[in-house]
Design a protein around this ligand. Sequence first.
Ligand SMILES: [Zn+2]
Length: 290
Amino acid sequence: MITQHAPAQKARSRALPEPDSKLNVKPDSKHKSKLNTKLNSKLACKLSALGADAIHGLLHLFYPLNCGACGAVMGGGERLFCITCEADLPELGYHRMVVQDQGSKGEHAMARRFWGRLDLEGVWACWAMKGAGPVRELLHRLKYSNRPDLARGCGHYYGETLVRDGALAGIQGIAYVPMTMAKTSARGYNPAREIALGLADASGLPVHHKLLTRLPGGKTQTHKDRFERWESVRQLYAPGPDLKRLNPAQCPHVLLVDDVMTTGATFEACGAHLIEAGFKLSVAALAAAE
Ligand SMILES: [Zn+2]
């Protein structure tokens, strides 16, 4: 299944109301806030599709928007992040660097994690995630706080940067790291899929939804050390039903997307299937844990 998106200039992202920010929920308004969450999300998605500044302003008037990073209430001109976070989020700029073999000049720290493991064209991440800070807050919010809109908005934000810098010029399609059906159902969405769709909105590239499959089983990686992750993650991903249907001659270079890059084990486990199928591969995450 392929989702084709409109060119960058026609696509617009919109930050949506924060449904569960503890910073702005008074005890007596908690129930009301929950009731409003679904309404806000549906309303905002429809308004986002319209892409009208006037409507966005109206939405902001009735439902104050919160910064995706720090959670503070934003002003009328702010969309995804408050002006402070917009300026302070630590952008990495890896897409401007060259990924080469070990020992070459121009490589970056994240690319080194794949040396000898995966032959990648590009290793990109938008922001550095260091300890507790706005990037970690942002990732936690878009993964665990029912914020598919925030994930997609961040994907669009990053996509605009990649388009502006010409990084996507040699890429023909986007894939993303899958989740199990059970986890997707429980969470309501796959953040990586939303990020991929945001990237597609900004770039006009198609998203290929079923190139990879996440097999059942496996525990969360959060508390495992690096060696344990490498060993356990490899077995969790398999080629998806659409991988054989996508011709590498028509889509020679795929961008594989996830929310966060830590050891690179997940990208390696997924990317190996794509490379084995004949595709050139670049990987991109919103954040890289350094
Ligand atoms: Zn902020």
